[in-house]
Ligand binder design. Structure first.
Ligand code: PLP
Length: 486
């Protein structure tokens, strides 16, 4: 399987090269040249890692199959508490796909626990001698998941940039208490988009590449612009589909809808790839928070980032420039020229409009909705009352949008991707449940434990004892300079 760029169809690289470099040299994203088909039905009842192997091997064709098998077995067992792809029934029609049983309690662990293995193997396969420096812009969860994955990996260094005051305190502590000898963490003035722009600028800065080359280093990415982030996320669409077949809730072949709390459009894009591989995915419902640029785009075909940026209770979705949409635009339009044009307009004017045929192709699979802050808090309370379900604010956005889109009403079940542990956002969850909210975040975590009767994940509660190691706040313009000092 070869990969080309969303901005240049004649580029051809292997999956190892796509994973090692992260972003195409023209600033585009790597996309697969074709969609491999898989007989998902034959995998019913198989363990998570077996299904993961069967999907990965079709996209990562240059990797040794024995290596892939070992990698998925190592990653998707104990590290996820034996709960990889855990599906929780809230009602007969509504299911929560709980993706937060990994080391940092958010879905990003699925890709970022595996990625370091894929990257180190790619270095070996390609005979890479240079050091790999990974730059990560994070709205909260990517940073901690990437640090957990890449900490103390040989020949790799990682620098994480998060919006200062733009994450929850627990998210911040998950990053700033990291002990790995190859890691650095910085707060950035501005919001996630500023951090992401700073990182993208570093990636496409030829002077920086030259200076790094002189000291034997190259940049790479752990953001969802990296193809290695997307492939592992295809797996849980398949396992949840098959689990509902096993339960007898659906018959194989019946379309199943998924509602996905969305920011950078990576998670939902993995669902789209699952569908192209032959999984009977029905609608993919994109749930946005108050930063509703994607929901608007999917309804109108106009992408308009010229709008106020809101800090919300679901910070990992506080994004105005959603990178992975570029992959969908490329596949839906079939034209790298068009994509290049739209991305140039986005950079220049902050907006672009796709043509009607492209919008129609997108709407054949995608629906969208968005959720105000009031509705998020209301939904957290409703979910507890109606289903006894404790939901974090990101998941609540999707629960509300799923309810509003009327899914389930016609007897067609919907799977909501539950992307973070509620204990990562204890203060907001307590507030939503109309409980007293302690000032201290760890008191809040314990209060939520007492209220729900369920223990918080240990990786979160033990953060209280860890010393803060990183405190520096920088201007996003200095990201290039900092990567030279890594
Ligand atoms: C990253 C994240 C999202 C958004 O996922 P995308 O792939 O960026 O669309 C949603 N919820 C949580 C908790 C996240 O960490």
């Amino acid at each position: 399987m070869n990969y080309s760029s969303t901005r240049n169809s004649s580029l051809k690289v292997s999956s190892a090269e796509a994973i090692l470099t992260g972003l195409a040299p023209d600033g585009g994203l790597f996309v697969p040249a074709s969609f491999p088909k898989l007989d998902f039905e034959a995998l019913a009842g198989k363990p998570y890692s077996e299904i993961a192997f069967n999907i990965l091997r079709l996209f990562l064709t240059d990797y040794d199959e024995g290596f892939l098998r070992n990698a998925v077995t190592e990653v998707y067992g104990e590290r996820f508490d034996g709960k990889a792809g855990h599906l929780e029934a809230l009602s007969d029609d509504l299911y929560a796909l709980e993706l937060w049983h990994g080391p940092t309690c958010a879905f990003k662990d699925y890709a970022l626990q595996l990625m370091p293995l894929l990257l180190v193997e790619a270095r070996r396969m390609l005979g890479e001698q240079d050091e790999t420096i990974i730059l990560v812009a994070t709205s909260g969860d990517t940073g901690s998941a990437a640090l957990a994955g890449y900490s103390n990996v040989n020949s790799v260094k990682i620098a994480v940039f998060y919006p200062n005051n733009g994450t929850s305190l627990l998210q911040q502590l998950q990053m700033t208490t990291q002990t790995g000898k190859n890691v650095a963490v910085y707060g950035v003035t501005g919001n996630f988009d500023d951090a992401q722009r700073g990182v993208k600028r570093a990636f496409t800065d030829p002077a920086l590449a030259e200076k790094l080359a002189a000291r034997g280093a190259k940049l790479s990415s752990a953001n969802s612009i990296n193809w290695g982030r997307l492939v592992p996320q295809i797996v849980y669409y398949a396992t949840s589909y098959l689990a509902l077949c096993q339960k007898g809730r659906i018959k194989y072949g019946q379309p199943l809808d998924f509602c996905v709390p969305t920011g950078n459009f990576g998670d939902i894009m993995a669902g789209w790839y699952a569908k192209q591989m032959g999984l009977p995915v029905g609608k993919l419902i994109c749930a946005s928070n108050k930063n509703n640029v994607l929901a608007e785009f999917l309804e109108t075909g106009q992408y308009n980032a010229n709008r106020e940026f809101y800090k919300t209770s679901s910070p990992s979705m506080d994004i105005l420039v959603s990178s992975n949409l570029e992959r969908l635009l490329c596949h839906a339009s079939g034209s790298t020229e068009k994509v290049t044009g739209w991305m140039a307009e986005l950079a220049r004017d902050g907006s672009y409009q796709v043509d009607a045929t492209v919008l129609e192709a997108i709407q054949a699979t995608f629906e969208a909705g968005w959720c105000s802050e009031e509705a998020v808090f209301d939904e957290i309370r409703q979910a507890k009352q109606s289903y006894g379900y404790l939901s974090d604010p990101h998941t609540a956005v999707a629960l509300r949008v799923a309810a509003e889109k009327g899914k389930g009403a016609d007897g067609r079940p919907v799977v909501v991707l539950s992307t973070a542990s509620p204990y990562k956002f204890s203060c907001q969850v307590l507030e939503a449940l109309k409980q007293p909210v302690p000032d201290d975040e760890f008191d809040a975590l314990r209060a939520l434990e007492a209220f729900s009767g369920v223990k918080a994940p240990e990786s979160l509660s033990k953060l209280v004892d860890k010393p803060v190691r990183f405190t520096e706040v920088i201007d996003p313009a200095s990201i290039s300079e900092i990567s030279l000092k890594m």
